[in-house]
Write a protein that binds this ligand. Structure first.
Ligand code: SF4
Ligand code: SF4
Length: 300
């Protein structure tokens, strides 16, 4: 189909069959994730390391951890039985770029057999500037960065520490470095023509008002979409959220921030947080049909 009026043709070409980026495509195309990247270089207060990265996936779920080889094998099996499969994403369960060796090996193996599949990754952004050249070289044309603040004072309440250049940083200093790296990475990707989506986790009382400023800034820097997601606080996981007693936003609070951001970077409202090993159309998860024990020994 033709590009919508408000979209450049070269952008449309990249999003038209990506279910996470195009409202239209999400009815016809499927994406899958493989959980091959367990290591992470920052600590988000809302993260429990036992579960998937909360930045692109539904937190509090354990995904099947795979080696790059197993991950690639799974993608081929899914592609053979889900003809709508158009996108392979790597979103954890840690950080796809900090664990770059495994992410890259998985993408490389899949791209050899499925040259048309779109590759996509999500990251907290800290390691992003170091990998932009390789991202471009591998034809990864969609990257999601989770940006929860542009003010390190607020960042210090969200991130207790980061691990950067072999050193651990805490507090304001950590948040400042993370912020600078996120902005640099965003600018570098935009300059190279990679489509960038920004995810923000709405944490009531911490960054709710502030997300409007985040929206303005990421739009100015060329992010293509901004997705404001609710913090999902699950009492079943105890102190899951390092912010003690932190609750998630109500539907009303979420809508209020999303409405206030309208007119900034285009908001994505059809997004559902999915598992790091999700398979299928958006809002659907056929992951359990494709666990490792159910894959055929060899794939033609
Ligand atoms: Fe957890 Fe993801 Fe944050 Fe890393 S980036 S601490 S995996 S939520
Ligand atoms: Fe969609 Fe994000 Fe997964 Fe890419 S990484 S397929 S944008 S959920």
């Amino acid at each position: 189909s033709a590009a919508p009026e408000d979209m450049a043709p070269e952008v449309w070409a990249k999003v038209k069959d990506h279910p996470c980026y195009s409202e239209e495509a999400h009815h016809y195309f499927a994406r899958m994730h493989v959980a091959v990247a367990p290591a992470c270089n920052i600590q988000c207060n809302y993260c429990n390391r036992k579960y998937d990265c909360a930045n692109e996936s539904r937190p509090g779920v354990v995904s099947e951890r795979l080696t790059p080889e197993q991950g690639a094998k799974k993608v081929l099996a899914v592609a053979a039985s889900v003809p709508q499969l158009s996108v392979l994403g790597i979103a954890g369960p840690g950080d796809a770029l900090y664990d770059w060796r495994k992410t890259k090996a998985t993408f490389a193996a899949v791209a050899t057999d499925l040259p048309d599949i779109k590759l996509c990754l999500s990251t907290n952004g800290l390691a992003l500037p170091d990998h932009v050249d390789e991202i471009v070289a591998m034809n990864i044309d969609h990257v999601t960065i989770t940006i929860n603040m542009i003010d390190p004072e607020i960042g210090a309440k969200i991130y207790p520490w980061i691990f950067y250049k072999h050193k651990r940083y805490e507090g304001l200093e950590a948040a400042k470095i993370l912020h600078e790296r996120q902005m640099l990475g965003l600018d570098m990707l935009v300059a190279r023509g990679v489509l960038v989506k920004v995810n923000s986790v709405l944490i009531p009382g911490i960054n709710d008002e502030h997300l409007i400023a985040v929206n303005r800034e990421v739009k100015k820097r060329g992010a293509f979409l901004h997705n404001v997601m609710p913090l999902i606080s699950d009492p079943a996981h105890g102190t899951h959220f390092g912010l003690t007693g932190q609750r998630g936003p109500t539907a009303e609070e979420l809508k209020k921030v999303q409405d206030a951001c309208e007119g900034g970077a285009k908001l994505m409202r059809h997004c559902r947080q999915c598992r790091a090993d999700a398979v299928g159309m958006l809002g659907e998860d056929r992951g359990q049909e494709f666990t490792l024990d159910k894959l055929p020994e060899t794939i033609e």
